[in-house]
Design a protein around this ligand. Structure first.
Ligand SMILES: NC(=O)c1ccc[n+]([C@@H]2O[C@H](COP(=O)([O-])OP(=O)(O)OC[C@H]3O[C@@H](n4cnc5c(N)ncnc54)[C@H](O)[C@@H]3O)[C@@H](O)[C@H]2O)c1
Length: 438
């Protein structure tokens, strides 16, 4: 079976599960509830946990895991609902008494402080970020605004609120490229990021460390390998290629496809964060490592096999490479394993679970995904400095300028924040936000 031409008929067997797809508005009702597997004795000094970026991929795995595993903890999902997020990722929790969604922006001290104070937060997991390397080559100011300034806001507000634990989520990319014959990198290795995304994450870490040293803010940093699994927005390689193959279209690899990445199933990542919460030591950095190092070419072969397709039928093509593309990352995760964490999901099993999920839900979970399945997609976002300001008209106050950039702000109704119309649209939802969403 060969790939379908653009606009042409799709190979029949690739459509076989479409008929089973549930109604779009209720799609989350049909989906399996996916979370991690670990369970620790609850900590007496943890009451309310705020998870920024909790409507995105990894954050939502931890939100589901903590809400359902620890009914004694209250979990606040704090999210702006950016283009890659959807309330579908945690709709299933709406009826849980220990779950609350709070729409807000990590780059807004007012939003963050309101959430911390209203909910008496004592523990923070800071996942919210612009997370897609490809986009950071084109819209790098947005990465600094969210990942660096947003982290600074989170730290300053956490300091004022006397937070007990602040777990900052970072990435293996902060170390930069690792040679094939080099040892796996320890947490003490030098940071040498090579792309704007990784640089913004490394810069954020500098601030986290500074708040630990200067103010004794109780921080922990986690640097993870690539995470994959259901609920990941299909801009990243595994869900994107799964959706393309499901559509009967070929996949396009950046460059020669020989770059390798280490992949960790999202359930194992949720366990890692659970372990760090319950066993991690304040002031420490933990690598979250995977044993599964796979080149992009090998990944494609495995995906083709999942779809019952043959490599000889020309399903893979190549484009020019990223401006810079690290050949590989390699972290040593022993320090976290010493706390009791282990990678449990073999790559073959995790990939099958993932592909099955995208075949069933990928086309509808986030609404229309046509615009992000291209080789180098662009997400349109407002300019960081409004155009009239760039041309010398300087009568906006700083506050007005920020308002202009952010669109309508969330409004507080009876002490709970209600999503703005603008953000609701960007969440790719098909209905209105109901009471259960806030
Ligand atoms: N995905 C990976 O493989 C991977 C690997 C290592 C580290 N990380 C890190 O893990 C974290 C989560 O990654 P992900 O893959 O789940 O990302 P994601 O893009 O799926 O989710 C990011 C979430 O942050 C939210 N967000 C963005 N800007 C915000 C803002 N200004 N205010 C509030 N919320 C905002 C988005 O709406 C979204 O829900 C990131 O910090 C990322 O750097 C990811």
């Amino acid at each position: 079976m060969a790939p379908a031409e653009a606009g042409g008929p799709k190979p029949d067997h690739l459509n076989e599960r479409k008929a089973e797809s549930p109604n779009i508005a209720d799609i989350w009702k049909d989906a399996p509830i996916l979370k991690g597997t670990t369970k620790f004795d609850p900590l007496p000094d943890v009451g309310t946990i705020m998870i920024t970026g909790g409507a995105g991929f990894i954050g939502s795995w931890l939100v589901r895991h903590l809400v359902l595993t620890y009914p004694q903890y209250r979990v606040i999902c704090f999210d702006k609902i950016d283009y890659c997020a959807t309330l579908n990722n945690h709709h299933i929790l709406d009826s849980q008494p220990n779950f609350t969604f709070f729409q807000g922006d990590v780059a807004s001290p007012a939003d963050v402080t309101a959430c911390l104070e209203q909910h008496k937060v004592d523990t923070i997991f800071h996942f919210a970020a612009q997370s897609h390397v490809d986009l950071s080559f084109g819209n790098s100011y947005g990465f600094t605004a969210t990942n660096v300034y947003g982290t600074h806001v989170m730290l300053e507000c956490a300091k004022a609120a006397q937070i007990r634990r602040f777990v900052h989520i970072s990435t293996d990319e902060v170390y930069g490229e690792v040679d094939e014959d080099s040892e796996d990198l320890m947490e003490s290795s030098i940071l040498a990021p090579t792309n704007p995304y990784a640089a913004s994450k490394a810069a954020a870490e500098m601030l986290v460390n500074a708040y630990w040293k200067s103010f004794k803010l109780p921080v922990i940093i986690a640097r993870s390998n690539n995470v994959y699994g259901p609920h990941q927005y299909p801009e990243k390689v595994i869900p994107k290629f799964s959706c393309l193959l499901q559509r009967g279209q070929k996949v396009v690899l950046h460059g020669d496809g020989k770059h390798t990445r280490r992949y960790l199933f999202a359930g194992d990542a949720a366990d890692a964060f659970d372990t760090i919460l319950h066993k991690g030591l304040i002031g420490q950095i933990y690598n979250i490592g995977s044993a599964d190092e796979i080149s992009n070419l090998t990944l494609c072969s495995k995906l083709l096999r999942e779809f019952g397709l043959s490599e000889s039928d020309d399903w893979i093509s190549h484009s020019q490479d990223r401006p810079f593309n690290d050949r590989r990352y390699a972290v040593n995760g022993q320090k976290l394993c010493d706390l009791g964490w282990q990678q449990k999901t073999p790559f073959a099993q995790g990939l099958k679970t993932t592909v099955d999920w995208y075949r069933k839900y990928g086309e509808q979970w986030w609404g229309n995904i046509d615009n992000i399945l291209g080789t180098f997609p662009e997400i349109k976002s407002p300019p960081l400095v409004p155009e009239h300001k760039m041309h010398g008209n300087v009568d906006l106050t700083l506050r007005e300028e920020r308002e202009a950039m952010r669109g309508p702000r969330p409004t507080s109704i009876n002490g709970v924040f209600k999503a703005s119309e603008n953000a609701t649209k960007s969440a790719h939802l098909n209905g209105e936000i109901s009471k259960g969403d806030v």
